[in-house]
Design a protein around this ligand. Structure first.
Ligand code: PEP
Length: 258
């Protein structure tokens, strides 16, 4: 299981560092309890270095929330893959619905970013998910399939360690209304089938498929117990160590039963 936090545009530098320290301390205090759980946090760009230092002795991977498709150049305000690797990032979120919604990011741009991430050894966390209107009109599956086709076309994946996919229904993000476990499983199965066609069954079986959208400690067990849900991409509940690690606790319980 992979439990990943997306801090979005939250925390100032001292607060981000303190949150990272609290997470690292909580994991250390748990001893071997979290030994089978993979962790990642994706803080704002300006906190990456400090958070990376705070997590240096912990098993928590460092991720960014976005990346530019070029190595360098006149792209004011953007951040490149070499910059991310130079501060210790191993993961990067691409195609988050907030980027698609507020910055009109297209599948083609998400694809450029995912390819760029792979060129630099970063693991892209590729986000897909339908809007409420798309779900209501019965198009959730076709939307997710089209997003995968657009985002993953030509992205080299030689092993399951090269990719993470997050299914994040837009209507569940930040709303407090998560998908039901059945809704999540149904779409995760669609993602898994797509990855099987694209990369073969063996790789597809082990690519972590994260559910994202109002996952909290109280609903995490039901979501994580679904056969094709391999973890969570967590927004607001990742902003406090207790709730982030509370979800990890549910993951431990569920994992032993899977
Ligand atoms: C997200 O934006 O990736 C997310 C899942 O947010 P939240 O958990 O707050 O719904």
């Amino acid at each position: 299981m992979l439990i990943a936090g997306n801090w979005k545009m939250n925390t100032d530098l001292p607060g981000g560092r303190a949150l990272a320290e609290d997470i690292a301390e909580g994991i250390a205090a748990a001893g071997d309890r979290f030994a089978e759980i993979d962790f990642a946090v994706c803080p704002p760009f300006v906190h990456l270095q400090a958070v990376g230092e705070a997590l240096a002795d912990s098993p928590v991977a460092l991720g960014a929330q976005d990346v530019h498709a070029e190595d360098e150049g006149a792209f004011t305000s953007d951040v490149s893959a070499p910059m991310l690797t130079s501060v210790g990032c191993s993961h990067v979120i691409v195609g988050h619905s907030e980027r698609r919604q507020y910055y009109d990011e297209t599948d083609a741009q998400v694809n450029d970013k995912a390819r760029q991430a792979r060129r630099h050894g970063l693991v892209p966390i590729v986000c897909v998910g339908e809007t409420l209107e798309q779900r209501r009109t019965g198009n959730a599956e076709s939307v997710v399939r089209a997003q995968l086709e657009g985002a993953l076309d030509g992205v080299p994946v030689a092993s399951a360690d090269d990719l993470v996919v997050a299914y994040e229904p837009v209507w569940a993000i930040g709303t407090g209304e998560s998908a039901t476990p059945t809704q999540a499983q149904d779409l995760h199965a669609v993602v898994r089938a797509d990855l099987s066609e694209r990369y073969g069954d063996a790789i597809a079986a082990d690519v972590p498929l994260l559910y994202g959208g109002s996952m909290k400690p109280h609903n995490a067990a039901d979501l994580l117990s679904q056969p094709d849900v391999d973890g969570g991409l967590i927004g607001s509940a990742s902003l406090e160590a207790d709730s982030f690690l509370g979800i990890a606790e549910r993951a431990v319980e569920v994992q032993s039963a899977k």
